[in-house]
Design a protein around this ligand. Structure first.
Ligand code: F6R
Length: 600
């Protein structure tokens, strides 16, 4: 995913920017670039591929006297990974780096084209710098032109802009994607980065900018165009910085789901349409059925998607655990699109299932987080989930990005097959676009799970129950809890209780009931009442108050069941983590588990 760095000061600007970009390398990128300024002298360097290529291009200027510079690593979204599309982008006299997506870039670009602006890249970013110059050319006031530019942009955008019209300054703004400004350890020194790792050791005080906050900095002064900011102390250890100030990688990964899901949707949801550049619409030619194979959390995301493929794309879909599929002598016919879902792309059972399907001549597709993994090399088609490295063994952001990719795919197929009316498709895309916001962790909700966690440290077991897509979500909630708390937990479709499991109900059986407003509320309610009547302790998660709950976690009133799904997902992840912390377990590295399961 994209990364931003910026520097203003008396040290070696090129070196600091390159080292900063190195710290962001783990996020993945396909090109990188720098703009270096000294007064009105500007030099721009861009390179495809690894940072080494950029380092090579800049090696002759390593002892430079540039006073400031901005740098970027780009993960292609709008436009292919090429040098032309790499950042920084420029107009006549200004340069910009940008993380995020400008939703209204097309309207702005069309209007600027009519006014004679020429664009050389396919990116949405280039329109920002042209818009800035267009306004500045009229008013000759760079600060006001920057503010006016920002006010015209829609979408997610964290940017650094430098301009010969106001040399020796960096303009900055944060909206959606993260951006930090820090006071350097030396006098007259300021740094920027899209996460704190590049700043460690170079600065102690920083502002983690809030959405909608920007400003301008020169050696003499940092001006913020808002009162909405506070200075924080940066962590001193890189390991801590990698956790972005969180206690565990799992916590960090839960908190970054909003951002990674935005990244995951970049370029795929635009202009109210779903597009996947990486697959061809002919993928559905001759296909009557979808079969998905996966393990663990990836299996749960796949199960949830089966409801969506049938409901939205109107394609028959079934999901199997990869280790079962391999040995059942499955009937494979080439009217089946075979999909595997995997965070690592290395899970042995899933990989073997994929090879079996490919050898049988089926069209194959992998939904995966790791590019160049074994599965991406075997499958005919790959869709990357763009979650960034997941370090916590218990999977969190992998699940949310997988589910979002599969929901997008079901809508993409619905478009190809015209299986949904235009209105319904638009409604789905509208809901989908809200997922990043829904995934932002609400502090009150986190605090509530922390307080409730003390009541759930014992007992003879947990039932996680739900219906429809909330059934796989219940399975995922139960898996999270057992993985990191070592408490016994099972997920069930709530309608199944009376067919056996309810025999276990007593006060020491904790039921975590997923009770969304927009999906079968009354049905789930009756199932929970049955458990409550048998004295099970009930913790309900719902936007609607339920009088039989012993504990109640109130979610927001949303108008689409998938938005309720993602909000409840965060609640379940936080609850398991808080229980695990209270039990004193190793949250990130639970006993007996490995991150990548490359054995059968
Ligand atoms: C659960 C978890 C595992 C994995 C499973 C599949 O938190 O991490 O259940 O989901 O081992 O791994 P991938 O997705 O890498 O194929």
């Amino acid at each position: 995913m994209c990364g931003i760095v910026g520097y203003l000061g008396n040290k070696n600007t090129t070196k600091i920017l390159l080292e900063g970009l190195k710290e962001l390398e783990y996020r993945g990128y396909d090109s990188a670039g720098l703009a270096l300024l000294n007064g009105e002298d500007i030099e721009v360097y861009k390179a495809l591929g690894k940072l080494e290529n950029l380092r090579e291009k800049t090696k002759n200027i390593l002892n430079n006297s540039f006073e400031l510079g901005i740098g970027h690593t780009r993960w292609a979204t709008h436009g292919k990974p090429t040098e032309l599309n790499a950042h920084p982008h420029s107009g006549q006299y200004s340069y910009i780096v940008h993380n995020g997506i400008i939703e209204n870039y097309k309207e702005i670009k069309d209007s600027l084209l009519l006014q004679g602006h020429k664009f050389i890249s396919q990116t949405d970013t280039e329109v920002i710098v042209h818009l800035f110059e267009n306004i500045n050319n009229k008013i000759n006031d760079p600060k006001q032109a920057f503010k006016d530019t920002i006010s015209k942009l829609k979408g997610a955008f964290s940017i650094l802009l430098v301009t010969k019209a106001d040399p020796n300054k960096i303009y900055f703004f944060k909206n959606g994607s993260p951006l930090i400004v820090a006071k350097g350890n030396e006098k007259q020194e300021f740094l920027f980065a899209s996460s704190d790792a590049p700043l460690i050791g170079l600065a102690q005080n920083a502002i983690y900018l809030e959405d909608g906050v920007g400003g301008v900095v020169s050696k003499e002064e940092l001006e913020i165009f808002s009162d909405n900011y506070i200075w924080s102390i940066l962590p001193t250890s890189k390991q801590f910085a990698q956790k972005n100030g969180h206690r565990f990688f799992m916590e960090k990964e839960i908190y970054e789901q909003g951002d990674v899901v935005s990244d995951c949707m970049l370029g795929r949801v635009k202009d109210n349409e779903i597009n996947f550049d990486e697959i061809d619409s002919s993928i559905l030619d001759g296909i009557n059925e979808i079969k998905i194979c996966a393990c663990g959390t990836s299996y749960h995301a796949s199960m949830a998607s089966a409801y969506l493929f049938e409901r939205l794309s109107k394609i028959r879909c079934n999901v199997e655990i990869a280790s079962e599929f391999r040995y059942k002598e499955p009937l494979l016919t080439n009217d089946t699109l075979f999909i595997v879902v995997s965070q690592s792309g290395e899970t042995a059972d899933t990989l073997e299932a994929l090879k079996m399907a490919k050898n049988a001549g089926l069209k194959t597709l992998v939904v995966c987080n790791v590019n160049n993994s074994s599965m991406t090399r075997v499958a005919n088609n790959t869709i990357l989930t763009r979650a960034g490295i997941e370090k916590g063994v218990a999977s969190t952001k992998a699940f949310s990005t997988q589910t979002v990719v599969l929901w997008m795919l079901s809508l993409y197929f619905a478009k190809i097959k015209s299986s949904l009316s235009k209105e319904l498709l638009q409604k789905e895309i509208q809901a989908l676009s809200q997922v990043p916001k829904v995934l932002v962790v609400n502090n009150k909700l986190h605090e509530k799970t922390r307080r409730l966690s003390k009541r759930y440290l014992h007992g003879h077991g947990f039932f996680f129950i739900g219906r429809d897509v909330f059934y796989p979500l219940a399975l995922e909630g139960a898996l999270k809890l057992k993985e990191i708390s070592y408490l016994h937990a099972e997920g069930y479709p709530s309608g199944e209780m009376k067919h056996g499991p309810i025999a276990l109900a007593d006060p020491e059986l904790f039921t975590i009931a997923l009770m969304p407003k927009n999906s079968l509320y009354e049905k789930v309610k009756s199932n929970v009442e049955e458990l409550s009547a048998r004295d099970s302790t009930i913790c309900s998660i719902s936007p609607l108050h339920f009088e039989l709950s012993d504990d109640f976690i109130k979610t927001n009133d949303r108008d689409h069941y998938m938005l309720e799904f993602f909000e409840m997902l965060v609640v379940l992840q936080l609850l398991s983590m808080e229980i695990s912390i209270r039990l004193g377990n190793d949250v990130d590295m639970p006993r007996n588990l490995a991150k990548s399961v490359t054995v059968e």
